[in-house]
Design a protein around this ligand. Sequence first.
Ligand code: SF4
Ligand code: SF4
Length: 491
Amino acid sequence: MKIRAQMAMVMSMDKCIGCHTCSVTCKNTWTNRPGAEYMWWNNVETKPGIGYPKEWENQETHKGGWILKNNKLELKAGGRLTKLLQIFYNPDLTPIDEFYEPWTYNYENLINRKLGKYQPVATPHSQLTGERIELKWGPNWEDDLAGVHITGKRDPNLEEAIKLAYEQVFMFYLPRICEHCLNPSCLASCPSGAIYKREEDGIVLVDQDMCRSWRFCMTGCPYKKVYFNWKTHKAEKCTFCYPRIEVGLPTICSETCVGRIRYIGIILYDANQVAKTASTEDPYQDHLSLFLNPHDPKVIEQARHDGITQDWLEAAQRSPVYKLAVDYQLAFPLHPEYRTLPMVWYIPPLSPMINAVSQENLLDTVEEMRIPLKYLANLLTGGKTEPVKQALKKMIALRSYMQKQYYDQGEDLLESLGLKPEEAKDLYNLLAIAKYSDRYVIPTNHREHSVDLHAAQGTVGLEFQEACLTCGLETYEEQNLIRKTEVQHGR
Ligand code: SF4
Ligand code: SF4
């Protein structure tokens, strides 16, 4: 066993109000500069819909993530030989139009135009070419279901076209950032070894000096969360706000989240099991079993041996992410079938209950909710409805229990779901009224230990990956060793 700590996030789709504050504050912090205009490291999509870039979930088109071939993990876009053959032309690259051509408006015209017959207007101009453009798509084009009667048919999660009919339509918001995966296919796709997963907290970053503009990472990421800066010609992506995280502060998207939907905490996992877990039949259930119980004395002992410090262990024990994903099993990974082992998990939205009055048991309404269970399962559990159903039932039971506490109404359904009253109160505290310090349990970084962690923990647990195409080093362990030496020598 080789224990690692991973900084992880849970977002509660049940509470997201689609205000886009997270996207705007992220943009102002990280991508408010030339070359990055079209980048939204954090974006919020309305579901159903095809999102940003268009149809990012359709891996037959975009070729992101991993597939199992003869029980072995392979990049969907092809391995080493394919990359060598396509090094100067990547046929699977997602063009900028699929994201959108960034634009601005000539506001000057509103102020400076000479007096004329017609009212002046601010027309849209491309931020890339300066030419006037016709607006056809944007990062937020389908906001609140706009145009979804056309685009929604191409949403791969939606099996029942009928649900787009006006009377049956449903919607919820899906905020998205880079998943800082345990098995990142962006990293494995990079011929230059420019993408790396930090040893100390698992944050996935792009080394701007090492990036050679091949852009295979953009194809490799199934969530389409790596972007190409047209000015610097380097790949860029969400940094999980590591300068804030290192000093114990939450990411800027979390800090400013109006709905308080985000939780950040530490997860401990066995790095030796990453490849095996990514290759199993049921990526959600097995992904869950990869997480180690931070209260287990054996885990604590091994974690100490592997260089995890006491304050990080304590943070792992208080982690809201562990509680929501493992203890209560309310949060799920986004598209686990891509096999990247994503580390941003989601609590499914509880839609209004219909026919609640006609049901004998309130929990049965879960089958009749406006948002189809199958849709949520396709998004969060690789199509398995049972885990999502159980999570929604727990949320119904919790609401009903709290109603009974405060208003003497509602039913006590906890027992039927194996929940104790103290657990319900704990969940209520976490989901409804959690304080800042409960939502974000972030230990500060130990820079003095990060190199030791390298030594103690070795590579990123991805030994099955292929050698780097350009430097020829056999494993990422060797590449990390070079990076470690450079850090030690201050280069
Ligand atoms: S979500 Fe992030 S870490 Fe995962 S493959 Fe994409 S860019 Fe890499
Ligand atoms: S700021 Fe929070 S509530 Fe608003 S869209 Fe972003 S995630 Fe949702």
